[in-house]
Design a protein around this ligand. Sequence first.
Ligand code: NI
Length: 159
Amino acid sequence: MTRTAVQQEYIDKLREFPAIFEALVGNLPDAKLDCKEREGEWTVRQIVHHVADSHMNAWSRMKLPLTEPHPTIKPYDQEKWAEHPDYTLPVAISLLIITGLHQRMVALLESLSPDDWKKLLYHPEAGRDMTVEEVANTYANHGYEHIGQINKIRAVHGW
Ligand code: NI
């Protein structure tokens, strides 16, 4: 399929992210995984599980507008999701989810026609329509934003 340079960049970022993320957090000991930047913020471990949950939601935000006319997507309370005990599990579990999910996203996005990228969903929290392309842009960058957050945690703790 023909796609724009920007669309290709989103696909490439999604393809490259899991290995970069795994290299950053995959071998950290528990003591480091449970560090946070400051009180009230997420730990490294919670951030990894959050990225998996966020990208699972992103997946439905890509699939729904490609399979239904103008769907309304479901916001969720990410702070409350992070309080459940599954957020204390080893990060390897969510790294596996992210690795598989991103392969699915890359395969899906590579298959899209120019019209598919323009398909619309309604985002109730944003209060407006978004295109599949905007969703791809958001989640192509979201993981890297959390890498930035983890690098701040590393700087605060000196590792
Ligand atoms: Ni996030």
